[in-house]
Design a protein around this ligand. Sequence first.
Ligand SMILES: [Mn+2]
Length: 344
Amino acid sequence: MSDLTNFDPNAAAAAGSGVYGLPFSHDNSRVILVPVPYEATTSYGGGTSRGPGAIREASHQVDLYDLGTGKPYEAGIFMLDESEEIWQHNEEAKHLATVVIHESDSVDAPTLAHYLAQVNEHSAAVNQWVYQTTARILAENRIAGIVGGDHSVPFGAIQAYAEKYPGLGILHIDAHADLRDSYEGFTWSHASIMHNVMTRIPAVGKLVQVGIRDFCEAEKDMIDQSNGRIVTFFDEQLAARKFEGTSWGKLVAEMVAALPQQVYLSFDIDGLDPTLCPNTGTPVPGGLSFQEAVALIAAVAHSGRTIVGFDLNEVAPGADDEWDANVGARMLYKMIGYTLLSQG
Ligand SMILES: [Mn+2]
């Protein structure tokens, strides 16, 4: 592993240092963060393509010692450079998707269908890139952490993880169920990520959703008809039980009990209270506090289950404030810490 002898973990991040101010490279890092600046199908507010860069910048403010997990940085954390190829897909697909979503009256039906097909192709190419990048990192026995971008981006990563860990459970923290069978015509929409995962990746054994408070009838039906393969802890029901005096610890224990031995964490930042992510694409009132989310992730690790990998998505920096990225960088560090802790 890296030579940390000349590194002062108590000092401010040095200019030009890596993510979290660390001195690591790919080769001496256990955790490889994969930025995916792609947000083609964003239907409401934009900006998540700038999420990875903003998180990298905000990460320099995060103190490296963590009360719950100790010194996760010692394992080596490295963030890949953003891929020019992904940025290109983002620019082209976003332009086409904007016409499909907002200017569909200005073009004829065949053109619209053509645009839609092209967006789907760009997204499929991004999925393939994320799959290959993740598979390569897993083959080196490292941990891949995907940093979005919108919530469509981890599909390829989940595919690679499920291949390595058949029966894998997904812990999905989100305001949205993301179980739509395509959205606005986009097959690979951010609103369809878990529908795509559950219908196209049979090696995923279980989906456990937490914080969900925005969903349509068809999504509720999919949950109800899943024979327990999808278990959803709706935000409203969690809140009602808290109001009646059930502790968060007890609720968390129920969530953890629903998960299999190997867990992949898919975290949409909008699962948190929107005061913690005011610039995210589709904010919804309600949601988890920062500490409630951390307690849930910690409980997974302490249960003896293994968090094999993770993604964090939908972090969008504001025009002139870094609050969303600050929260994102800190949550990401917690996710890294508990992933490492769970793996011993
Ligand atoms: Mn969401």
